[in-house]
Design a protein around this ligand. Structure first.
Ligand SMILES: CC(C)(COP(=O)(O)OP(=O)(O)OC[C@H]1O[C@@H](n2cnc3c(N)ncnc32)[C@H](O)[C@@H]1OP(=O)(O)O)[C@@H](O)C(=O)NCCC(=O)NCCS
Length: 129
């Protein structure tokens, strides 16, 4: 966890608005929603690198640093950290722009692993870059 970072690390992969329907009983945004946005962003990065379909195989790390509020714009940044035979590790950071205007704040970081699948649904080797 690098709370002191002032700049996001990685490529901006998705931006989305935190809505009232995504809150937990306390009124903050539900952590599962944030994880879902990170999974979507990671899969976009992994599909691009794998050149086709991927599936999430593991969440290797996940840290919630600050709460996400209704009205925040959630920005997920991705970095391909490692490419194996059939798997890709994607490091991610999510940042929130408070009330859509203010400075951004790092709210989570994590590392998700994806496996490349072929048309038949079986794992397949990832092409060299
Ligand atoms: C992904 C899946 C096809 C892998 O099949 P498998 O035969 O078990 O694969 P393997 O054990 O040979 O592992 C494949 C790769 O994933 C990696 N991997 C497997 N489990 C892992 C884990 N828990 N953490 C990190 N990496 C993992 C392996 O290291 C391997 O990487 P490499 O080829 O780059 O060396 C299979 O586990 C699966 O279908 N899982 C369900 C996925 C899914 O439905 N996701 C959505 C959840 S709702």
């Amino acid at each position: 966890m690098t709370k002191s970072s002032t700049e996001p690390k990685g490529t901006l992969t998705i931006r989305t608005l935190a809505m009232p329907a995504d809150t937990n009983p306390s009124g903050d945004i539900f952590g599962g929603w944030v994880m879902s946005q990170m999974d979507i962003a990671g899969s976009i990065a992994a599909v691009e690198r794998a050149g086709g379909r991927v599936v999430t195989v593991a969440v290797e790390a996940m840290t919630f640093i600050s709460p996400v509020k209704v009205g925040d714009v959630l920005c997920v940044y991705t970095t391909i950290e490692r490419v194996g035979t059939t798997s890709i590790s994607v490091a991610m950071e999510a940042w929130a722009r408070r009330n859509r205007l203010a400075d951004r704040v790092k709210v989570t970081d994590g590392r998700f692993v994806y496996v490349a699948l072929g048309e038949d649904g079986n794992k397949r080797p990832i092409p060299r870059a």
